[in-house]
Design a protein. Structure first.
Length: 289
């Protein structure tokens, strides 16, 4: 061959071709892969894809039919920081699913079938900053300590779910929280919910679609926005007495009356006994004299 260097471009092309072939081999079926990213969006996948490169940082599984996330396979992706699982069929029990992806920063589980969030659901995600669990119509319960370990959480969205109540401590202790989506839920604005509404009006957290954060029940407060609901609940819960309150007050009054009567009766009995013994002692002394 001539010293013009022709073999070098050929060998370079050969090496590049081998590298691209190797990348294609390591990429899951029906997914596209580029540097540290695997994109399987909208591929009608029924299961979690196999053969995901272990150095993957960003995994997109949106718009599929995946109903289960295997904790073991996820744990192999120890460097994963971004996981998009929106618009799937995930639901039921997600406890301990994310135990092996502690570096996860972004997690989107919106548009799924989640039913509850417990302490064990996200407790291992110590670096989590963004969590989206909106548009889960069957999500009816979030335990008050569900985000205790997610101290870096800055963006939380629970809009358009089946939630009727959220304990104040669930979000109040998240010192880095700046964005909280609560719109279009079935909030039950009773006296137990007053503390949460008060926290909303006093916190520095931003609530998008604030005009759509309204009461669903009771009937008298339906469609009422939270500031107006707070004023109404303050009047209802802190100044008005209900039937059970009158029953309680009557019971307390009866107990006080009964206790006073018994105390007076016992005092009278003690006085009679004392006077009896005193008079008897005086009579004995007179007889001795």
């Amino acid at each position: 061959m001539s010293p013009s260097g022709r073999p070098r471009p050929l060998s370079l092309m050969f090496l590049l071709g081998m590298g691209m072939a190797s990348e294609r081999i390591n990429c899951p079926s029906r997914c596209s892969c580029q540097y540290l990213e695997v994109n399987c969006k909208g591929q009608q996948l029924q299961e979690f894809p196999a053969a995901i490169p272990l150095d993957t940082r960003q995994l997109i599984l949106a718009a599929n039919n995946i109903s289960y996330l295997p904790a073991v396979e996820l744990s192999f992706l120890a460097d994963l920081v971004y996981l998009d699982c929106r618009k799937n069929l995930l639901g039921d029990d997600l406890d301990f699913t994310f135990i092996g992806v502690a570096r996860l920063v972004y997690l989107d589980l919106s548009f799924n079938n989640l039913t509850q969030v417990t302490f064990s659901t996200f407790s291992h995600l110590l670096s989590l900053v963004v969590l989206k669990i909106s548009d889960n119509p069957n999500l009816v319960a979030i335990e008050k300590d569900a985000f205790t370990n997610n101290t870096w959480l800055r963006h939380l969205d629970v809009s358009r779910t089946g939630l009727t109540f959220l304990d104040t401590s669930t979000v109040r202790d998240l010192s880095n929280l700046r964005f909280l989506g609560l719109s279009d839920n079935l909030w039950h604005c009773n006296c137990s919910f007053l503390d949460f509404i008060t926290w909303m009006t006093e916190s520095n957290v931003h609530f998008p679609d604030a005009d759509r954060i309204t009461c669903y029940t009771p009937e008298g407060l339906r469609a009422l926005k939270m500031p107006a609901a707070e004023a109404q609940l303050h009047f209802n819960c802190l100044t008005r007495l209900y039937k059970q309150d009158y029953v309680f007050l009557c019971l307390i009054g009866f107990c006080i009356f009964f206790a006073g009567t018994m105390a007076a009766w016992l005092a009278g009995v003690c006085a009679v006994i004392y006077e009896f013994h005193t008079s008897k002692g005086g009579a004995e002394e007179e007889e001795e004299e």
